[in-house]
Design a binder for this molecule. Sequence first.
Ligand SMILES: Cc1cc2nc3c(=O)[nH]c(=O)nc-3n(C[C@H](O)[C@H](O)[C@H](O)COP(=O)(O)OP(=O)(O)OC[C@H]3O[C@@H](n4cnc5c(N)ncnc54)[C@H](O)[C@@H]3O)c2cc1C
Length: 367
Amino acid sequence: MDLPPISVIGAGIAGLACASFLEQNQLPVQIFERRAQAATRGGIGLLLLKNGIDILDKLGLKEQVSQAGCQIHSFNQYDNKGNTLFKNLIQDCIAIDRVSLLRALQSTIGKSQLHYNTSLERIEFSESNPVVITKKNETWPSSFVIGADGRGSRTRNLLYRDHNLIKTEESEIVGKVNHPEVFDRIGQNFCKILDPEGGVALGLLPLRGGDIIWYLQYSVDKFPNLYTADDSTLFREIENLIGDWSFPVNVMKEIIEPSDCFHWRVELLNKPLQQYGTNTVALIGDAAHPLLTFSSQGANSALVDAYELSKLIIKNQELGKPLNSISEELTQIREPQIQKYRDSEKQLLNMFLQPYSQKTGTVPFSK
Ligand SMILES: Cc1cc2nc3c(=O)[nH]c(=O)nc-3n(C[C@H](O)[C@H](O)[C@H](O)COP(=O)(O)OP(=O)(O)OC[C@H]3O[C@@H](n4cnc5c(N)ncnc54)[C@H](O)[C@@H]3O)c2cc1C
C-alpha cells in the first residue's frame, strides 16, 4: 500500500526548500501555508551567505537567485556623521528581498502540492501515522510531518508546551525604498551606520534598480517608546533617534518611509529545544531554533536544515527504514552548529549595545 504524503507545515524558506528536495526525489509531499497566497510582502530582505547559497545551488537556483539579488562585495561601517569606521571585503554574499527568494523556491514545486489559506490547527496520531487537522477542519493523513512554520511555530507549540517565545534586548524596523542616489552611493556594499553611544544602528542593503532594504536595529531597554510605538507615533520615535544622521544623505528624511515598514519585535525561545521533534514530526528553520538577526543565519540555516532533513528522509526511505529516529539524527547534525550561531550572536549583540569605542570592527555574521 502507498504511504500517504509527507506534510510540510509552512511555505516559507525552510518548508519550500525541504519540499523541493523531497519532490526532486519523487517523494510525495503536501504543503500547508497560512498565508492566503504566494508571498507578496516586499519590504523585507536578507543576506544569503555561502552555506545558504550552496543549498540553493543544489536546488538549481543559484543563478536565478544571483540574478534577482545583489552580490555584496564589502561590509562598510560608518558613524552617524558619515565617517568611515571600518571596511572589510566579503565573499559569497547576496542581498535579496524575501519575496524573490520565496518565488525562486516556489518555482521548483508543483502547484497542486501547495495549499494556501490552510493553517495547521493540530496533529492527531492514528495507527502511528500523523494526521494534519487544519483550522478549516480538513484532515490530511500523512506519513510524516515537517514543522517549518517559523518563529511562532504552532507545530512546536503542540509538541513542546514548556517552550515559549520571550522578548529580546534588540528589535528592528525593516523597510524597502527606491532611491537611486543612495543606491549609487552605497554601491554593492552592505553599509551599517552606528550611533557611537551604542544601541542603535541603521543597515542598508542594495538590491536592484535603485531598491534598498533598510533596517533600524535598536536596544529595547534603551528605547522603550520605540518598542511600544504604534502607527501614529512610530515615525516621531524614529525621528527622535536618527533624525539628524547624515550618511549618505539625511537618512531619516530620504530613506525611511514609515507607511511601508515592518516593526519586527524579535523574540527567542526561553530555552533551546533538546530535540527538533518527535518520532513522526520534525522541526526545521525558525520553528526549531529561532535566532537573532546578528549572525544573518536565520534564512541560511533554514536552507541547510531543509537539505539535511530531506537527506535523512531520502536515505531512510531508500533503505526501507521507518523515519522515527530522524528528528534525533537531525538534532545531532544541526544543533552544534546552531549553538555556535547563538554564541556568536550573543557577542555581536553585546557589542551592538556598547559604545563604539569599546568595540573592535567585525563583519556582522557567522559562517
Ligand atoms: C516578517 C518577517 C521578517 C523578517 N525579517 C528578517 C530580516 O530582515 N533579516 C533576517 O535575517 N531575517 C528576517 N526574518 C527571519 C528570516 O526570514 C527567518 O529566519 C527565515 O525566514 C526562517 O525561515 P523559516 O522557513 O523557518 O520561517 P519563515 O520564513 O518565517 O516561514 C514560516 C512559514 O510558515 C507559515 N505558517 C506559520 N504558521 C502556520 C500555520 N499554523 N499553518 C500553516 N502555515 C503557517 C508562515 O506564514 C510562513 O510562510 C524575518 C522573518 C519574518 C517572518
